[in-house]
Each structure stands twice: as structure tokens, then as C-alpha cells.
Design a protein around this ligand. Structure first.
Ligand code: NDP
Length: 253
């Protein structure tokens, strides 16, 4: 990046996990608009390649796609090695891939907690590790992980998901301490309710209640979160690390 502004990430190689939909796709789009060399990931090979081609076409910069499951530790390591070999560096990671599976405490099925933790927590740690290994070679980098307002305040039916997102916030704080001396910043964003496929199953009445509880009186748009992530990835945030930044329109849970 020549001048450190969010609008200029020219040449920066940034990996966005879960970049095929929602917040990840909006982030990939904004980063590509700013000139970054974006690598979009997800589990579905066809979707990953399609989205990468669409973002390349729309922004006139090369966007590539790599398919792997963030819950598969070995696959994450292999994918980041291949990305580093192809691009020679990794400057940014947006560890965005995540899943939601709501259940009241009495209804939590066997395996639900493990599944949420495997993707949201172990998957985040695996990608942070894999990216940090590459970033350490150059002694610089910026990582953003996706926490949630629910991880801070809890939510009905969200005991397991909230626990996973609270853990993600602590990943940012710990990794920031450990990687700061190596020139790598690590921050989290904690979105409120954002209008993506992830929340499509929520009853309309609950969504309306949440909008009433939000100071800005609307749902978040994926781009609302993407803009903050772009800032944190950029040198504009060069003295910001270990933070969990709410992007929730003033939602009080
Ligand atoms: P979406 O469900 O719209 O998109 C999730 C993305 O993650 C998809 O690209 C999906 O691709 C990918 N993904 C899911 N599981 C895996 C996996 N195991 N390995 C690799 N990729 C995976 O989610 P959102 O955009 O809404 O959410 C993005 C992040 O923001 C998540 O971490 C979420 O918890 C967090 N968040 C969202 C909020 C909201 O209100 N929407 C609020 C607070 C936090 P594929 O399925 O093809 O693998």
C-alpha cells in the first residue's frame, strides 16, 4: 500500500475466509476495489471459483479462490502454504468463516457444540496460525477475526454460538499480544445483526424487535462491517491491535 489509506491496498495479498457470501463477500469486494490481491475461500469449490471470477471482473484486479474447510486443521495449513507459494506473501487475513446454529439450552443436540467450536474457534485459530507463519517471515501483517455482539452479551438460544464468539474475541486479544512484537496486528469486529443468509431463518418479529433495540433503527448491511474490516486491515489502523470493535448500529441486547 503506497500511502496507507483504506482506499489504497494496492498489491497487498489478503485472504478472506468465507468470502463467498455475506460479510466475507462484501469485504472481499471492498478490498479488491482498494487494489488488494484478494484470495476468497469457502468450502464449495464451484462457488469459490465463481465468486472469485465475479469479483475479478467487477474490480479489474486478480481475485483467486481456494476451497477448504477451516475446521480441517491440516487442510488450512496446506491451503495457506499454497497461497504463500503462489503470491510470495500474505499481508492480511480476514478470518470470517463461521456458522450459526441456534438452540435453546434444553434442545441442544449431541454434536452441536463441537461443530460450532470446530468451525468458529478451532477454524479461526487454525487460519490465524497459518497466516501468521507466513506474515512472520516479513515481520508485518494485519489479521481481523469475526466475533459478535452475542459473544459479549449472550442471547436466548445462542449459548453455544455465543460461547464460540466470546472465544474468538479472546483469540484476537491473545494473538495480538503474542504477534505484536513480530509486527502483526490482530483485531476483532463484533457485528450486531447483519442482513445475510446467516440470519435468513430468524422470525420477522424477532428481527423487528432487534431493529427497535438498535439506536440507528436498521439492520446492518454486510458493507457496514466490510468498511470497518478494510480500515483494520489497512495501515490507517497501524497502531490498533488487540481490540474488539463493535459494528452494531448501537444495538443493546
Ligand atoms: P454467511 O452464512 O452469509 O457466510 C458464511 C461464509 O463462511 C460462507 O462463505 C461460507 O461458505 C463460509 N463457511 C462457513 N463454514 C465454513 C467452513 N467450515 N470452512 C470454510 N468456510 C466456511 O455468514 P455471515 O456473512 O452472516 O457471517 C460472517 C461471519 O460474521 C461469521 O463468522 C458470523 O458468525 C459473523 N457474524 C455474523 C452476524 C450476522 O448477523 N450475519 C453477526 C455477528 C457475527 P460455504 O458455506 O460455502 O463454506
Amino acid at each position: 500500500m503506497a500511502d496507507g489509506t483504506p482506499g489504497n491496498l494496492a498489491g497487498r495479498v489478503v485472504v478472506v475466509t468465507g468470502g463467498t457470501r455475506g460479510i466475507g463477500r462484501a469485504t472481499s469486494d471492498l478490498l479488491a476495489q482498494a487494489g488488494a490481491v484478494v484470495v476468497v475461500t469457502g468450502r464449495d469449490e464451484v462457488r469459490v471459483k465463481t465468486v472469485a471470477a465475479e469479483l475479478s471482473e467487477a474490480n479489474g484486479v486478480p481475485v483467486t479462490g481456494v476451497a477448504f474447510d477451516v475446521a480441517d486443521f491440516d487442510a488450512v495449513g496446506a491451503a495457506f502454504k499454497a497461497i504463500a507459494a503462489q503470491h510470495g506473501r500474505i499481508d492480511g487475513l480476514v478470518a470470517n468463516a463461521g456458522i450459526l446454529d441456534d438452540a435453546l439450552i434444553g434442545m441442544i443436540r449431541p454434536g452441536l457444540v463441537e461443530r460450532l467450536l470446530a468451525t468458529n474457534v478451532a477454524g479461526t485459530i487454525a487460519t490465524v496460525q497459518a497466516a501468521a507463519r507466513v506474515m512472520m517471515r516479513k515481520g508485518s501483517g494485519s489479521i481481523v477475526v469475526l466475533a459478535s455482539i452475542v459473544g459479549e452479551n449472550g442471547g436466548v438460544g445462542q449459548t453455544a454460538y455465543a460461547a464460540s464468539k466470546a472465544a474468538v474475541a479472546t483469540v484476537a486479544r491473545s494473538a495480538a499480544k503474542e504477534l505484536g512484537p513480530r509486527g502483526i496486528r490482530v483485531n476483532a469486529v463484533a457485528p450486531g445483526l447483519i442482513d445475510t443468509e446467516m440470519i435468513a431463518h430468524l422470525p420477522k418479529t424477532l428481527v423487528e424487535e432487534r431493529i427497535t433495540d438498535t439506536a440507528l433503527r436498521r439492520l446492518g448491511d454486510p458493507a457496514d462491517v466490510a468498511r470497518v474490516i478494510r480500515f483494520l486491515i489497512s495501515d490507517e489502523a497501524r497502531f490498533v491491535t488487540g481490540q474488539v470493535l463493535g459494528v452494531d448500529g448501537g444495538l443493546v441486547l
